[in-house]
Design a binder for this molecule. Structure first.
Ligand SMILES: Nc1nc2c(ncn2[C@@H]2O[C@H](COP(=O)(O)OP(=O)(O)OP(=O)(O)O)[C@@H](O)[C@H]2O)c(=O)[nH]1
Ligand SMILES: [Mg+2]
Ligand SMILES: [Zn+2]
Length: 332
């Protein structure tokens, strides 16, 4: 039987079969995907082949155990490494149309290094990325100005951005058309409001949200498993309950994921990193040397653009930090 992985708990998976039923599946002991050294060989969004094994049914639950025997070829996937030093990678999701990176200027602060590393990884894996700035209701005037600058920066590079308050989402925010008909992975640091946004889009509580710690102004890692939610179901379900969501959708799905901390560099070649910073790549074509790393070479167009303020310092710093990871990796 074929199905779609809609939830991953690490040890087991919920698979939605073609007939619409959900089954809990496990992976056979030595099952591994070729070529990817990851902590999770199967990810949410994967299409899989499932075999149910009546002989091994767990008596206490009176449920038969199903096994994932094969993962179908992925259209795409996005991978991250938790730190620069960890060797193992984690597949965030497979077969997605886009990533929506939820970021907050404050409460908690999302660093530009984190944003840029995430975006660079999306570029590397050819997955379109969208930036959702959340919690605008909490921002001071100064922070709102910072938000405007950040939006202008990322828009100028070519990324779509929206600014919202997930606690008070409105149609005017312009977010819903960007999600329509697509499978969107929601990602970002813990506490930025991924689950709150998901609930707001559904118009009801689909998943638990957490508090921001008073001491650290950080999230508490409330969401612990990745799960895919289908927006077309929402309309039917809420209709029954008489509380239609204010948003109407064509079939779309959202994947809520656990908040992430660091974003280590995947196995990129040093020369390749600038390819994942679109504006650095564009300007870098003017450099004297084709293999310019834009660090200390003469006649470097990127250095010149940086001095003229045509490339943002924060972006260059992120680029620089990823180059540093590559050098570090070489000496391990
Ligand atoms: N004021 C305000 N609070 C928000 C907003 N969005 C989320 N929050 C609050 O931020 C806290 C964290 O929200 P969550 O939705 O649990 O965050 P998350 O990104 O899912 O966090 P993890 O599951 O830990 O990764 C909750 O207390 C939310 O109520 C917003 O737009 N404005
Ligand atoms: Mg959450
Ligand atoms: Zn250069």
């Amino acid at each position: 039987m074929r199905g779609l992985v809609i939830k991953s708990t690490g040890s087991s998976y919920i698979v939605r079969l073609d007939d619409g039923t959900n089954v809990e599946c496990r992976i056979k002991g030595n099952f591994r995907i070729r070529g990817i050294r990851s902590t999770n060989p199967v990810a949410v969004g994967d299409f899989v082949e499932v075999q149910s094994d009546k002989a091994q049914s767990t008596k206490d639950e009176g449920q038969s155990v199903a096994w994932i025997t094969e993962v179908c070829e992925r259209r795409n996937y996005i991978i991250r490494r938790s730190t620069n030093l960890s060797k193992e990678s984690h597949i965030l999701a497979a077969n997605i149309d886009q990533v929506a990176l939820i970021v907050t200027v404050n409460h908690p602060v999302t660093s530009t290094t984190f944003i840029d590393r995430f975006l660079a990884t999306c570029e590397a894996y050819n997955v379109p990325a969208l930036l959702i700035f959340n919690k605008i209701d909490l921002l001071t005037d100064e922070e709102l100005a910072q938000l405007a600058d950040l939006r202008a920066l990322y828009e100028s590079i070519g990324y779509k951005t929206v600014a919202i308050s997930a606690k008070n989402l409105t149609a005017e925010d312009g977010l819903t058309p960007l999600l329509e008909g697509k499978t969107t992975l929601l990602s970002g640091n813990s506490g930025v409001g991924k689950s709150t946004l998901l609930n707001a889009l559904f118009g009801k509580e689909m998943t638990r949200t957490g508090k921001i710690s008073d001491a650290h102004d950080k999230g508490m890692h409330t969401t612990t498993f990745s799960e895919m939610y289908f927006l077309e179901e929402k309309n039917e379900r809420t209709k029954e309950e008489g509380s239609l969501s204010p948003f109407t959708f064509h079939p779309s799905s959202l994947i809520d994921t656990p908040g992430i901390k660091g974003f280590g560099t995947i196995d990129f070649e040093r020369e390749e990193i600038s390819h994942y910073f679109p504006e650095i790549f564009r300007i870098g074509r003017e450099c004297r040397f084709a293999n310019c790393t834009h660090t200390n070479e003469p006649h470097c167009a990127v250095q010149e653009a940086l001095e003229k303020g045509e490339i943002a310092i924060s972006r260059y710093e992120s680029y620089w930090s990823m180059l540093g990871d590559c050098d570090e990796a070489k000496y391990r």
